[in-house]
Ligand binder design. Sequence first.
Ligand SMILES: C[S@@+](CC[C@H](N)C(=O)[O-])C[C@H]1O[C@@H](n2cnc3c(N)ncnc32)[C@H](O)[C@@H]1O
Length: 532
Amino acid sequence: MEETVEELQALRHRASELLLMEEWKASINLYDQFISMCRSRVSTATTHPDPDSDEVAKTKRSLCLAFCNRAEAQFRLGEYSHALDDCERGLELESAHFKTLLCKGKILLHLHRYSRALDCFNHALELHRCTGNSGPLSEFMDRSRKLEVQSRTGNFDLTEWVLSGFQGKTPELAEYIGPVQIKESENGGRGLFATKNVEAGTLLLVTEALGVGRAILPETGDDSIGSAHLAMWKDFVEKILDASAKCKRTLGLIYALSTGEDDRDLEVPEMNLFRPDAEDLFFRDEKPHTGRILKILDVNSLIEHSVSANVLGKNSEYRGVGLWVLPSFINHACNPNARRLHVGDHVLVHTSRDVKAGEEISFAYFDVLLPLKKRRGTAETQWGFCCNCRRCRFEEGIFRNEEMNEIGERFESGSDMGEVTVRLEELMKKRMMKGTEKGYLRASFWAAFSGVIASERLMRRVGRRIPGVEAVVENVAEATGADDRLLKLFMDGGSKKNNGRIETEGALSKLAKGVFGKVMKKQAMRTLCLNV
Ligand SMILES: C[S@@+](CC[C@H](N)C(=O)[O-])C[C@H]1O[C@@H](n2cnc3c(N)ncnc32)[C@H](O)[C@@H]1O
């Protein structure tokens, strides 16, 4: 029995009411019914003697609007593929439907497909010129243009936000892939590599998390910290499982990551896979497997507050864990050359020292301003691998030397750091070590150097027999990358000499760029430096 026009109208009315009430699922259910009824009316009418009658045209218009509204509800539920399909169906019925073009553009913008979003908005703008109905179009167009330029050029600027003390909305950031590519790494698995020579602070990539879990951790009570952590992880895992069930692209990207089980013979994915414009054809229709996804999260999730990262705009009690796909290809090295800035759900990865074309990009997964033995212990117990980076190989050889071992033991016992630093400097001189090698060892004995430099008494005793603070910091940063602690020591030492005036030129500027990246102008960098 065919339903009456009144019944159809009532159904449409109720569906759109639910949409306004943001009852997305309920609204989708009613639109499902409405769409199937309209479709059968249209197909009956096409066999009718007058398929172009007013009645059929009216039903098609209603159908187009229904597809558009269902797309909006699906978009709000994160079902992006379905939402885009509905926009397409709507536009097949009426290619110049302003609301559907706007909705499609909005979804594409959310999926970081800036140029395609702009095409939709431009088409909608032409219609607006005829109808005068622009709505939020100009704002969407401005955002798409800005993000398209950022994504193409890598020109990001956080100056205003930093100088405002992180007030207002977190800046909107585009997806960006800079001079990097994935290749096989010496570690056995895959890694990210620089495709050209770049200076410290160069932006390598910007990407939004597939999911983030956050919690404000209470200041006291271990139990409560434990339960807040657990809640944060649970929230994170649920978001990732939900996103991978709803979108084949998300699942495909997650499945490109290592489960940590066998790093040999892992496929090296094409860089195009990670560009937001990657065609959906790249991604197979697969069912998400919870066990596999959990293993991937275990190996690849990043904690926002970590040694190789700075989190902007959140107080220090805030904690976050997330999955950012391309950064997940970055291996650990004890002479790392990259750091992260976390801004909202985005991560910006930049070089923390100068990097040569072909060099592997690396993070410090854990504190590397420690001696070899301690680093080995952490890599094995917390990460389950044995690091074989250039610094580890060098230090393994050098610690076979008896004198070196003795210095190491003295350092570990915590006695007389002044003597440790002097003996190390003498040994490095005697063995005519190169700059980078000295940097590796000074990084290993960092606690001794920083302790001596910070102590007026020790500096009076041994200060003339070790290099000055700037020389030590610069050398360690060149060998193992810039780090907040290096920056702080440089600032404290430097500002004492400069009567508190902070120079942002030369060595300090390079160090600051290595820590925060070249994504802000001098004044903002200075503000951040004062707070390290
Ligand atoms: C986030 S993934 C890095 C990308 C991974 N190599 C891949 O092919 O997908 C982390 C895993 O990479 C491996 N890995 C990272 N740094 C390493 C290193 N320095 N030495 C050996 N294995 C390392 C470990 O298996 C670790 O669990």
